[in-house]
Design a protein around this ligand. Structure first.
Ligand SMILES: Cc1ncc(COP(=O)(O)O)c(C=O)c1O
Length: 396
C-alpha cells in the first residue's frame, strides 16, 4: 500500500481552523456569530502601504526576487532592528520570508536533527510544536505557570525538562495566547540562566508593537553574549496590519541564516518584489504606522478586562500586549460539575451563545479560553455579556 509520512501524520489540524469552519457554518444558517477567535488585527493595512504596492506593481516589480530578501528590504530590516531594538545585524545575518510562520518552519528545519528536543513554554502559539514535529524534532512543552502574567515561564521547569537532547528554546513575548510580556527583570534572570546553555534561543517578537504598558525588550539586547545562538523572529503581520501580505523575517548568525535562505530558495523562492517594496516602506514607518490603532487596541483591552473581572468564577492573566486574553474558566467548569472540558465548553458557547473563543488546550492551556479583542467595543461588550450568561447557564 502507498504510505504517508509518519512524521507529518503526527501534525495536528489547527483548532482555530476547525472552530472558524463551525462559526462559518452557523453564519450560513443566518446566525450571527461574534468571533473572538481571530488572530489578526481588524484594521486595514494603511493606504500608504497599499499605494506603494500598487506603484511597484505598475513599475513591473512582478518577477522573481532574490531568495531571503532583496537588498533594500534587508537594509530596511537591519535599520529597524537598530532603531527599535538597539541590535546591529548585517544584511547577510537577516532572512525575509513568507510570514513569520514560514520563517519559523525553516528555522526548525535548519536547526534540528532527528529527535532533537525543543523547549516550548506554555501557553504557546499553536504552530511551534507541530512545526518542530514536521522538522523531525521533539517538542517539549513546559508546564503552564500558576500565574501566567506574573511568571511567563519557570526556570525550575526548564532545568527539570532539559536533557542532553535539548537543542533549542522558543520565547514569545508579547505572548500569543496570554498577552503576557517578559519584563527586563525576568529577562535578566532568564538570560543569566541561558548564557551557559548550548541551546539556540528562538525569540518570536511578532507582537512587539502591541505592547501597551511597558516597552518590549529583546533578550539579546540585555545579553549580547547570546548572539552566536540567538535568532530573532519578527514580521509585519501584526504591527503593520499586513497579515495577508505574508511578510516575516529573522536575524541571527550568518551560518544558520544561510540554511534558512537556502531552504527558502527550494520552497517559496522569495517574497514577491512588489510586496517587499510596500514592506520596505512600512518597516521604515515603524511603530508610528499604526500608532492610533494600537491606542484603540489598548482601550479595548481595558474595556475587556473591566468586563471580565465582573464575571463570576473566571480569572485571567493581566494582558500587557498582543490582542488576546487567556481566560481561566476552571472554576466555572468545576462549578458545573466538572463534566465539560474546554473543547466542549467552546462548542457550547458557539452553539448556544453564538460566540467563538478558542479552547486553551491547543495552546497548552487546558481549562482556559482565548479571547481576541480585535473587534469594536460594542462587540466586545456583547460578547463578554454572552460569555457571562453562557458560564452561568452551565451551573443550572
Ligand atoms: C506568536 C506568533 N508567531 C508567529 C505568527 C505568524 O505570523 P505570520 O506568519 O503572519 O507572520 C503568529 C500568527 O498568529 C503568532 O501569533
Amino acid at each position: 500500500m502507498t504510505s504517508l509520512s509518519r512524521r507529518i501524520l503526527q501534525v495536528k489540524t489547527s483548532p482555530t481552523v476547525a472552530l472558524n469552519a463551525k462559526a462559518k457554518a452557523l453564519g450560513k444558517e443566518g446566525i450571527k456569530v461574534l468571533n473572538f477567535a481571530v488572530g489578526e488585527p481588524d484594521f486595514p493595512t494603511p493606504a500608504s502601504v497599499v499605494d506603494k504596492a500598487i506603484a511597484s506593481l505598475r513599475a513591473g516589480r512582478t518577477k522573481y526576487g532574490p531568495a531571503g530578501g532583496g537588498p533594500e528590504f534587508l537594509a530596511a530590516i537591519s535599520n529597524k532592528l537598530e532603531r527599535d531594538n538597539g541590535l546591529k545585524f548585517a544584511t547577510n545575518e537577516i532572512v525575509a520570508g513568507i510570514g513569520a510562520k514560514e520563517i519559523l518552519f525553516h528555522i526548525f528545519l535548519a536547526l534540528l536533527n532527528d529527535g532533537d528536543e525543543v523547549l516550548i513554554p506554555s501557553p504557546y502559539w499553536v504552530s511551534y510544536p507541530d512545526q518542530v514535529i514536521a522538522a523531525g524534532g521533539k517538542p517539549v512543552p513546559l508546564p503552564l505557570p500558576k500565574d501566567v502574567a506574573a511568571e511567563p515561564l519557570s526556570i525550575a521547569d526548564i532545568k527539570r525538562l532539559a536533557t542532553p537532547r535539548t537543542v533549542a528554546i522558543v520565547l514569545n513575548s508579547p505572548n500569543n495566547p496570554a498577552g503576557s510580556m517578559m519584563d527586563p527583570k525576568f529577562l535578566e534572570e532568564l538570560g543569566s540562566f541561558l548564557v551557559d546553555k548550548p541551546w539556540w534561543i528562538i525569540s518570536d517578537e511578532i507582537y512587539e508593537y502591541m505592547s501597551f504598558d511597558k516597552p518590549h525588550v529583546s533578550l539579546l539586547k540585555l545579553f549580547p553574549q547570546l548572539r552566536d545562538r540567538f535568532i530573532l523572529v519578527n514580521g509585519l503581520s501584526k504591527g503593520a496590519a499586513m497579515t495577508g501580505w505574508r511578510v516575516g523575517y529573522c536575524a541571527g548568525p550568518a551560518a544558520a541564516m544561510k540554511l534558512v535562505r537556502d531552504l527558502q530558495s527550494h520552497s517559496s523562492t522569495c517574497l514577491p518584489p512588489f510586496i517587499e517594496d510596500a514592506a520596505t516602506f512600512a518597516i521604515g514607518q515603524g511603530r508610528d504606522l499604526l500608532k492610533d490603532e494600537i491606542g484603540v487596541l489598548k482601550k479595548r483591552r481595558d474595556l475587556a478586562i473591566g468586563l471580565l473581572s465582573k464575571i463570576p468564577n473566571v480569572k485571567f492573566a493581566q494582558p500587557h500586549g498582543a490582542f488576546y486574553i487567556l481566560i481561566d474558566v476552571r472554576d466555572a467548569l468545576a462549578k458545573a460539575g466538572g463534566k465539560l472540558d474546554t473543547y466542549a465548553l467552546s462548542e457550547r458557547l458557539l452553539l448556544e451563545q453564538h460566540i467563538a473563543l478558542v479552547p486553551g488546550d491547543a495552546f497548552g492551556a487546558p481549562g482556559y479560553l482565548r479571547f481576541s479583542y480585535t473587534c469594536d467595543e460594542a462587540t466586545i461588550t456583547a460578547g463578554l455579556t454572552k460569555l457571562g450568561e453562557g458560564l452561568a447557564n452551565l451551573a443550572k
